[in-house]
Design a binder for this molecule. Structure first.
Ligand code: AMP
Ligand code: MG
Length: 480
């Protein structure tokens, strides 16, 4: 592998160097070999993946470190946070020349652990491992992982669980909350920090007349596009605190996330979110709010005489959020529907379909597959309000009538996954893994590698549908 050291170029106030603290009895969990190859791991390095993924072996020429940051949690200022149970253990160049962070989650206590134990448990590590893989395969920007290890070390959560570690990859671990920490605790570092962020992640902005404004606009637009993709795939992050969004608009810090099954826009996957701040339907406005918090942290970069103008310019950047989100969401939704996005009635027709899914409590992913496969009767049989359904079908055919239907059908295939990571799928794999059997996890990993491709040899009936409505939902909370 090719190690590079970007983060250590920053002022040491921004991190704390320390080594990972291995768990007792570390054992192999799962290894993503394709990703290791992307990251130019040699065969010899790949053979040592268990050691790298359990903190028993460090990466040469990179002093591992915990980053400090702050954040707003559930809308409230939370003060200093930071990597309380993970370390940036290396930065690598992938085979396309891009820099990728390696972060070892569950690596022990750091100065930022507050009341926590610095550890992660097997259950949450498996959920993060599979979800990152699933999102990447769907084409949603996201962290991913090289692999994970389990251990014989007991960790206390609601019950005793096995300690585990995940070697996560991300294009950046710089969070919106980094800027909040700097403004609050070390404002003298802001200009240099922003300069580095631009240089590392948005070098194209250096050619702009006002690089900081161009940077802000890029971060805002990338975040808007990521959220649009979440909405299109029914993904609910669960804890969209400002410390859990990064500056490259890629999904980070999975906790109580979930892929929505029955279509309920006000669905809360996170059982710790008592007020429903992070429901599926709130995600666009929460992201907008987080970015508003974030741009306020850039204001000190302006000269005193230009402050008012700069504030206005930043707010103009933020105004790009909504149109960027809408364009991406509307185009994506029309593609999922097999409707031409330029047609004036397409979006409204798509909304009629979503209304049906909502009122009839139908599965989001499965219904789009049925639409794609033109299983009209199956869809209709699931509806109580047949008038609503028949009206939709009539409008749907009317819009498609004079269009290139082959082209529209081909687009549908590229935009409608057959497989998502349903909570009960993850749960089955977790239960087997906790008993030492990783074969179900391996099956899901393979299945989710090609979410758009029908894999009859690998799929189980339970992968395609939600649990029956009389079965209790799997409870997912912040505890991980
Ligand atoms: P999260 O909501 O999981 O992103 O975590 C919020 C903050 O709590 C971050 O600063 C984490 O590093 C920290 N944290 C979460 N779990 C633990 C833990 N078990 N030990 C130490 N810190 C933790
Ligand atoms: Mg976090």
């Amino acid at each position: 592998m090719k190690i590079i050291s970007q983060y250590t170029q920053l002022n040491p106030k921004l991190y704390h160097q320390q080594a990972a603290q291995p768990l007792t009895g570390a054992q192999a969990g799962h290894f993503n070999q394709a990703l290791a190859e992307e990251l130019q791991w040699s065969e010899q390095e790949q053979q040592q993946w268990v050691k790298y993924c359990s903190g028993q072996k460090s990466f040469a020429d990179f002093p591992s470190l915990a980053m400090v940051y702050a954040g707003h949690q559930f809308g409230q200022w939370a003060g200093q946070l930071g990597d309380g149970r993970g370390l940036l253990v290396a930065q690598l160049q992938d085979r396309h020349g891009k820099t990728v962070d390696l972060h070892l989650k569950g690596a022990g206590k750091t100065p930022y652990s507050r009341m926590g134990d610095g550890r992660a448990v097997l259950r949450s590590v498996i959920r993060e491992y599979l979800a990152g893989h699933a999102l990447n395969a769907l084409g949603v920007p996201s962290s991913n992982a090289i692999g994970f290890t389990t251990s014989t070390q007991a960790i206390q959560r609601e019950k005793i669980e096995s300690g585990a570690m995940l070697l996560r990859t991300a294009d950046s671990h710089i969070r919106l909350g980094h800027f909040e920490w700097i403004n609050q605790y070390a404002p003298e570092l802001l200009a240099d920090f922003v300069e580095h962020c631009i240089q590392w992640h948005y070098p194209e902005c250096l050619d702009e007349e006002q690089p900081v404004l161009a940077f802000a606009e890029h971060v805002i637009c990338r975040t808007a596009k990521m959220i649009a993709l979440w909405q299109l795939h029914g993904f609910a992050h669960g804890v969209m605190n400002t410390d859990n969004l990064n500056i490259t608009g890629s999904t980070l810090d999975f906790g109580p996330f979930g892929f929505m099954e029955r279509f309920r826009p006000n669905w809360i996957n996170n059982h710790s979110d008592h007020h429903g701040r992070y429901t599926y339907q709130q995600q666009p406005s929460v992201a907008h709010w987080n970015l508003w918090v974030w741009i306020n942290n850039l204001i000190p970069l302006a000269q005193a005489s230009e402050k008012e103008k700069f504030k206005q310019d930043l707010s103009n950047c933020l105004a790009q959020f909504e149109p960027t989100f809408l364009e991406c969401y509307q185009q994506g939704l029309c593609a999922k529907m097999g409707l031409p996005h330029f047609h004036k009635d397409s979006f409204q027709c798509a909304m009629s379909f979503l209304n049906i899914l909502q009122s009839e409590q139908l599965d989001y992913t499965q219904s789009f597959i049925r639409l794609q496969e033109k299983q009209w009767q199956v869809l209709r049989d699931d509806c109580l309000n047949l008038h609503q359904f028949d009206q939709f079908v009539e409008q749907y055919h009317a819009i498609r009538q004079n269009q290139d239907q082959h082209q529209l059908d081909a687009e549908m295939k590229q935009h409608n996954p057959r497989y998502i990571l349903r909570n009960h799928m993850a749960q089955t794999a977790i239960q087997a893994a906790e008993a030492g059997d990783f074969s179900e996890l391996d099956r899901l990993f393979k299945l989710l590698t090609q979410p758009y491709t029908h894999q009859p040899d690998l799929e189980h009936a339970a992968d395609l549908a939600p649990l029956a409505s009389d079965q209790a939902e799997i409870s997912v909370s912040c505890s991980s």
